[in-house]
Structure formats: structure tokens, C-alpha cells
Design a protein around this ligand. Structure first.
Ligand SMILES: *[C@@H]1O[C@H](CO)[C@@H](O)[C@H](O)[C@H]1NC(C)=O
Length: 257
């Protein structure tokens, strides 16, 4: 679990030695800490995401086979990209796990697992494998949730934080609803232009979004952020996509699930 930003009073009491709680927490970050990607000279710290300073919440729209609810996109992952759009992967083999469900349940995050089973689903039906892949490949590269960034660290605590944060961000980015509000609805016959899809999602996010297509069918959306402070309770700011869209300009299909 992570400590909320509004726990200054608790911290003051703790500093005075009045409580000796055993709750692990991430380092509290100064308000003067810069946004990630805003300074190329700043070193990685527990309060500065680097080199993966661009945090991407990525989503899928899978129709063949279809995954998740018919009226919702699904989670792909939370990725720390470098500020130039390249990325590091699989950063710590010692923290690569294949038992994500057990780790989350052990942290009393059973409700999170239930949510993930609905909205963070593998195309081939192997959610456990998909979640492991996302954590091992991307999660281990987020420097602000390395074990050394926690006080009273408990094993795999950062894994719980990673999955909780990803779901929390996903819930703020309802791609289906944003498209629907702009009249962009799944159809076997209608097609859409890249600019109208881009505009609807930019309106929601506050910055341009990466859109991915496969054979001219819309199937991915990536939302980019810079973060001030650590990835769990830092401040997120929407930033423009670092990756060019992989969709044609016109005639894009958005198929029903
Ligand atoms: C998950 O696996 C790791 C090692 O691979 C192990 O250390 C840990 O105890 C396991 N967690 C649970 C809750 O089973």
C-alpha cells in the first residue's frame, strides 16, 4: 500500500516519535521536485522517474478474439518510456515474478484481481502470464518504486503498487466513452478518420494520443504522461505522444466486440 499525499499530519507525528507505525511507504517528495523529462541533467532518484520519464497508460480494443466488456477498452499496461520514445525493458530479473495473483491476494488486493480479470485480460485467456509479462518487462524498469525507495519495505510491495496505479489511471481514461461521445461507435460498416478519433481522445486526455491499428482496424491507444514525484503518488501531467500513430489517415475501422 502507498501513503496518501494528505498524511502530512501523520508524518509529523511519526517524526516526533509519537507513532511507530509499521506501514511501509515511499519517500515523500519535495514540492520543488521537477517533472520527469523536464530536465535532461537530473539524475534518477526515488522522486524523479528516469530514464523512463514518460509514463504511458496503454489500452487495447481486441475484437478477434474479443476480450473484456463490449463497451470498454482493456488495459495493456503502464510503461516507463525514455523521454525520446525509446524504452528499457526487463530491468531486474531478480524481481521477475510469475505469481502476480498470489502476490496481490497476499496484499489483500483481491478486489483488484477481480477487476483485472475483467479489464486487464489476455487475448489468449492467460491473464496470469500477461500480468507477469507487463510487470517483468515494464514494471521493473520504474525506478521510483524500487525496493530501496520504501521505508519498512515488505517483499513485492511495489508489485501491488504497480498494479493498483495502473488500474487507477485506466479508470480515468474511458476510451470507449470518449469515442462514443464524439459519435465514434463500433460498427461493421462505418469507418472513421484518424483526426476525428485523435480529436475525441485528445479532448479527454489533454494531449495527443498514440493510436494503433492492425489491418486498418483500430486496436490500441497509448496515453503519455510526465510525473512529478514518484509514480505512485506523484502528480501526473498529460503530454503529447512520443510515437507516431500506426493508423491510416482515413477509412479506419472500429469493429464491434
Ligand atoms: C511469489 O514468488 C516469489 C518468488 O518467485 C516468492 O518469493 C513469493 O513468496 C511468492 N509470493 C506469494 C504470495 O506466493
Amino acid at each position: 500500500m502507498f501513503q496518501s499525499q494528505s498524511s502530512k499530519g501523520m508524518l509529523a507525528l511519526a517524526a516526533m516519535g509519537l507513532i511507530t507505525g509499521s506501514t511501509a511507504s515511499l519517500e515523500t517528495c519535495e514540492s520543488s521536485t521537477p517533472f520527469s523529462c523536464s530536465s535532461s541533467s537530473a539524475e534518477p532518484t526515488c522522486c524523479f522517474n528516469s530514464p523512463g520519464g514518460a509514463l504511458l497508460l496503454t489500452q487495447f480494443w481486441d475484437t478477434d478474439p474479443s476480450t473484456g466488456p463490449k463497451d470498454s477498452w482493456t488495459i495493456h499496461g503502464l510503461w516507463p518510456d525514455n523521454c525520446d520514445g525509446t524504452y528499457e525493458a526487463s530491468c531486474d530479473s531478480k524481481r521477475a515474478y510469475s505469481n502476480i495473483t498470489a502476490i496481490l491476494q497476499d496484499q489483500n488486493l483481491g478486489d483488484l484481481v477481480d477487476y483485472m480479470d475483467e479489464y486487464w485480460v489476455d487475448m489468449n485467456g492467460d491473464n496470469e502470464d500477461f500480468w507477469s509479462h507487463e510487470w517483468n518487462k515494464h514494471g521493473t524498469c520504474i525506478n521510483t518504486i524500487e525496493p530501496s525507495c520504501y521505508s519498512d519495505y515488505k517483499a513485492q510491495e511495489e508489485v501491488g503498487d504497480y498494479f493498483q496505479k495502473t488500474v487507477e489511471l485506466f479508470k480515468t481514461l474511458d476510451t470507449y466513452k470518449a469515442l462514443d461521445a464524439a459519435g465514434i461507435t463500433p460498427s461493421t460498416s462505418k469507418t472513421y478518420s484518424l483526426s476525428e478519433i485523435q480529436e475525441a481522445l485528445t479532448d479527454m486526455h489533454g494531449a495527443s494520443v498514440y493510436l494503433g491499428c492492425s489491418s486498418g482496424e483500430l486496436n490500441e491507444a497509448w496515453y503519455f504522461y510526465n510525473v512529478k514525484g514518484n509514480v505512485v503518488d506523484g502528480t501526473y501531467k498529460a503530454v503529447e505522444t512520443l510515437t507516431d500513430s500506426g493508423c491510416p489517415k482515413t477509412g479506419i475501422k472500429y469493429l464491434p466486440k
